[in-house]
Design a binder for this molecule. Structure first.
Ligand SMILES: [Zn+2]
Length: 242
C-alpha cells in the first residue's frame, strides 16, 4: 500500500504540473486571436478613413476642374469684352464676367472647405498608419514569443504525459479509477498530504481515530471533508519516495 501511495504522490505532482502547463498552453490560441483581432480592427478603421479621404480627394479634383472651366469662360468673356463693338455686346460680356467671377468665388470657397477637410483627414489617416505600424511590430514580437512558448509547453506536456503513463502502469486499476475521478471533481488535486493532523488541501482536521489509522499506512483513506485520498506526509519513511 505504501508503494501505491508513493506512486500516487508522484503521479499527483506530475498531474499538477501537467494541469498548469496545459492550462497555460490553452490560453495561447485565444491570445493570438486577440492580437489578430486588434490588428484587423485598426486596419479596418484605417481602410474606412482612407476610403473617405479618397472620396474627398475625388471631390476636390472635381472642384478644381470646375474652377478651371470657370476661368476659361472668364477669359473668353474678357476677350469678348475687349472685342465688343456694340454696347449690347459690351454689356452681355460684362454680365458674363460678373457671373463667372461670382461662380469662381463660390467654387473657391467650397474648394477651401474641401482642402481643410482633406488636410484634417490626411492627419487622421497618417496617425492611424503610424498606430498600425506600431501595433503590428508589438503584435509580431508577442506572437513570436507566444508561439515559442506554445511549442515548449507542447513538448513539456508530451514529456510529462509519457512520464504519467509510466507511473499509472504501476497503480492498481481500481485505485487509479478513484484517483482520476476525484482529480476531475476536485480541481485537479486527488491526493492530499496530511500533516499535523489536518488535510493540507482543505485544511480540515482529521479526527484522532482516523489519524491513528492513517499513520499505519496500510490502507488508502479519504479526507472526511474534501473526500480526497490522503496520506500521512510526516511518515518517517515516506519522504524518500520523493
Ligand atoms: Zn481534505
Amino acid at each position: 500500500m505504501l508503494e501505491q501511495l508513493r506512486l500516487l504522490v508522484r503521479l499527483q505532482a506530475t498531474d499538477k504540473t501537467l494541469f498548469d502547463l496545459s492550462q497555460e498552453r490553452d490560453t495561447i490560441p485565444a491570445r493570438l486571436a486577440e492580437l489578430t483581432r486588434g490588428e484587423e480592427a485598426l486596419s479596418a478603421e484605417l481602410a474606412r478613413e482612407q476610403a473617405q479621404l479618397d472620396e474627398l480627394l475625388k471631390r476636390r479634383g472635381a472642384l478644381e476642374e470646375i474652377a478651371d472651366n470657370i476661368r476659361a469662360r472668364l477669359r473668353r468673356a474678357e476677350n469678348r469684352l475687349m472685342g465688343s463693338k456694340t454696347p449690347k455686346e459690351y454689356q452681355a460680356a460684362n454680365a458674363e464676367i460678373d457671373d463667372n467671377k461670382d461662380a469662381l468665388k463660390d467654387n473657391d470657397n467650397q474648394l477651401l472647405e474641401m482642402m481643410e477637410l482633406v488636410e484634417s483627414l490626411e492627419g487622421k489617416v497618417g496617425g492611424l498608419k503610424q498606430r498600425l505600424k506600431e501595433l503590428s511590430a508589438v503584435s509580431k514580437k508577442e506572437r513570436t514569443q507566444l508561439e515559442k512558448r506554445y511549442h515548449s509547453l507542447e513538448s513539456e506536456v508530451g514529456r510529462l504525459e509519457t512520464k504519467r503513463s509510466k507511473l499509472t502502469g504501476g497503480v492498481d486499476p481500481k485505485l487509479m479509477k478513484d484517483y482520476d475521478f476525484i482529480r476531475q471533481a476536485r480541481d485537479g488535486i486527488a491526493i492530499a498530504p496530511v500533516s499535523e493532523g489536518a488535510c493540507n488541501v482543505c485544511h480540515m482536521g482529521i479526527p484522532p481515530q482516523q489519524f491513528n489509522e492513517l499513520q499505519r499506512m496500510d490502507k488508502i483513506m479519504t479526507c472526511p471533508s474534501c473526500r480526497r485520498l490522503i496520506y500521512w506526509a510526516d511518515a518517517p519513511d515516506f519522504a524518500e519516495a520523493e
